[in-house]
Structure formats: C-alpha cells, structure tokens
Design a protein around this ligand. Structure first.
Ligand SMILES: *Cc1c(COP(=O)(O)O)cnc(C)c1O
Length: 402
C-alpha cells in the first residue's frame, strides 16, 4: 500500500474539504487501482516469527488482526480525520458503538458526566441508565442554556456530552461557549456531530475535544450500512480509546468502511443540495403546520447561533401538529413519496414519529422534558426535486386535516 508519489501530510493537510472527501486517506496497492481496495480479511500472515513478534511488541509497523487494523478501515479513518481537522480517528461498527466507546474508555466509577437533554434515544439511555449502573453519575441539562452547563459542574465532572443540532428537537448547543466552559474546568467535551457532519460543522474548530459520529447517516447517506467513528487528539485515540476498543471489539467491517468511503466522495455535494431542498420544504411547511423547527429558518429561536457554527442548516427538521399521535400517524399514512422511516441523512426523504419510534424507549416524562411530544414528526429531506416533496406533504397534510 502506498500513497501517490510526492503526496505527504504537508500537502494533504492543505487540501480543502471537498478534495479531502474524495481523496483523503487513499493508499493504493501495487495494482494502482483508482477506487479504494476492499480488504475482506480477518488476519495477516508474516514472513517470519520474529516479524510478527516485533509487530505485537509495537516495534515494527504493520497489521496483526482486523479487530485492530485493516487497510480499508484505515483509509476511512484517515479520510474522516482529515475532514474533521482531527489528529486521529477510529472507525466503529455503529454510531452507538462510537458513543459508548468514546464515553466508557475515559470514565470510571465515581466520575460525573453532564449531558444535553435533547438527544438521540439511545444516547439518553447511555447517560440515564448505563453510566449510573457502573457508578458514573450524570446530570441532564438544557443544552441551549450555557449557564446550566457551568452550574452543573462538580469537582468530579469529567465529560460534557451533547449533540447539535439535537435529534429530533433541533436544539442548538453553543459550541464555542460550552466547550470554553468545559476547557476552563479541565472537562472533556464529546460532541455527537451526526446531523451536521464535518461538511457543515467542525466542532474541534470551536474548542471541542472529541467528535463522535453515526456514519450510518449522512456519511453513507444512501441507507446502506451502519458505521461510526470517533475523532480527537492522537493520545486520546491511540491510547485511551484504542485500549478499550481493541479489547472490547466494536470494530467496523471492511466492507462497510468501503461503502462509507464511497459515500464520503459525494458528501459535500449531497449535504449542500439536501440542505437547499430542506430549506425550500421548511419554508413551505412553516406556513402549514402550527410549529416547524428548522435551524435554517429565521423563526428558529437559535437561527443566528446555528448559522454561526454551521455552513448550512442540514437535512432534518421537526414539526409539531396539534392532533397528537392520531394526527401525526394519519399524516405519515397519507404520504405517497416520502417514506415512513426512522433513518435520517438518506438521499431519500423520510419521515418518522419519534415518540413511537426513535424515542419510544424513553419514559413519557423524559420525552416531555426533551420536547418530544405526541404531535412531533421528524422529516429528513432527500435529493428528490423539492417541489415533489412539497406536493406530497401538501396532499398528506390536507388528508390529515391540516
Ligand atoms: C442515529 C444516531 C445515533 C446512532 O447511530 P447508529 O449508527 O444508528 O448506531 C447516534 N446519535 C445520533 C444523533 C443519531 O442520529
């Protein structure tokens, strides 16, 4: 495996994001293939016993086992690290494997975590159920309230954990302010950046320490594979995180890594077009539904903050209808083009009812406190002609009595 002649970090680190998304991390075999090679291999063989001993001792470069390293996975890790502006990245089997590893690898009994209230259902399960089970206390705060983060700090606070925009309420966390509060208190920030991706928002530029991804969403972007990634400083990734993952095994399949590499080639193109489409759909919906939450609209309470930290508002919005679950389900059932699906970041427009799907595992009180009511619907706008999506929504809204 080698890089293109003359290509080293002094050149690649100056590439602009769209270039990195296509070429970052690419290494070629002796055949000089243009597309990244897919190494479906679990292990490696060695010319001598001394060589493998040296690799296991960390004294010689080279791979030893695909739970730890794989050439296809490594190309993906290098590409994501370059896109993120991070020193290092490790790919994971799913987004939840990435969140779990990013948190557990650095926490121990007696530690305290502060987490944003609005979050993906499984992320809330980590902070509300898993961490306390192992003696790690958590405080849940309104992520949009900077003072609440500062007030929640205890002497044993180790991590701030949040997503922005948040799933599905579209709350925005002020990255610069909250990461600044954390840094002053020597607290590590872990940001779930699944909605924006590095194409729209790079949390490290605002002072975050660790960025974790569900690459299932925009990075694959075509609804094919599950994948995740954790990015950060080299010492954290190669020592703290790797010690945890090499022994617990949330490794990404090389095949899935290859699919995500293909997805990243078009990420910049897709997310910009889908954000434009989403804005057009949001402008239509704003006049038709009682509440529409999309950070790209001036009506979003944190529109200015979102536009300061994001290059575009992304593909996802939430709407709230007055008729609760019955009306929300009626609207979903009346859709002809938009699919009823709980995925996001796909090139297809998809809609779901979070209270009965992605957030069904949380108690009604927790959902209510997060702002996930029975009348909320989440929409991911895809690459279709936005006028067709608008016409489909228009018809379905009328059928549901809106
Ligand atoms: C989907 C999602 C996850 C989980 O990712 P998986 O790849 O499904 O495991 C975590 N956080 C956010 C914000 C998500 O949207």
């Amino acid at each position: 495996m080698k890089r293109k002649a003359g290509q080293d970090r002094s050149i690649t680190r100056n590439w602009r994001p769209a270039t990195i998304a296509v070429r970052g991390g690419t290494a070629r075999t002796e055949y000089g293939e243009t597309s990244e090679a897919l190494f479906l291999t679990s292990g490696y063989s060695y010319d001598t016993a001394a060589e493998v001993a040296a690799r296991f001792a960390g004294e010689a470069p080279g791979m030893t086992y695909s739970r730890l390293q794989n050439p296809t996975v490594e190309m993906l890790e290098q590409r994501i690290a370059l896109m993120e502006g991070a020193e290092a990245c490790r790919a994971m089997a799913t987004g939840m494997a990435a969140m779990t590893a990013a948190l557990l690898c650095q926490l121990e009994q007696g530690d305290h975590v502060v987490a944003g209230r609005a979050a993906f259902g499984s992320c809330r399960w980590l902070t509300d159920t898993l961490l306390p089970k192992f003696g790690i206390a958590t405080t849940i705060v309104d992520g949009t309230d900077n003072q609440a983060w500062a007030d929640a700090i205890r002497p044993n606070t180790k991590v701030f954990f949040f997503e922005t925009p948040a799933n599905p309420t579209m709350d925005i966390v002020d990255l610069e302010a909250v990461c600044g509060i954390a840094r002053k208190a020597d607290i590590t920030t872990v940001v779930d950046n699944a909605f924006a991706t590095p194409a729209l928002q790079r949390p490290l530029d605002f002072g975050a320490d660790i960025v974790a991804y569900s690459a299932t969403k925009m990075m694959d972007g075509q609804g094919r594979v599950l994948a995740g990634a954790v990015c950060g400083r080299e010492d954290y990734i190669e020592k703290t995180l790797l010690a945890f993952t090499r022994n617990t095994g949330p490794t990404l399949s090389p095949f899935n890594a290859w699919v995500v590499l293909k997805g990243l080639e078009t990420l910049d193109l897709r997310i910009r077009r889908q954000s434009e489409n989403a804005l057009a759909v949001a402008r239509f919906l704003e006049d038709r539904v009682p509440t529409l939450l999309y950070p790209g609209l001036a009506s979003h309470p944190q529109h200015e903050l979102a536009m300061r930290q994001m290059a575009a508002a992304g593909t996802i919005m939430a709407m709230i209808v007055d008729g609760g679950r019955a009306q929300a389900h009626a609207l979903l059932d009346a859709l002809a083009l938009v699919d009823i699906s709980n995925n996001i970041g796909d090139s297809r427009s998809l809609m779901t009812h979070p209270a009965s799907t992605t957030h069904a595992g949380l108690s009604e009180e927790v959902r209510a406190a997060m702002g996930v009511g029975e009348g909320m619907l989440r929409l991911n706008v895809g690459l279709e002609d936005p006028q067709d999506v608008i016409e489909d929504l228009d018809r379905a809204l009328a059928k549901a009595g809106l």
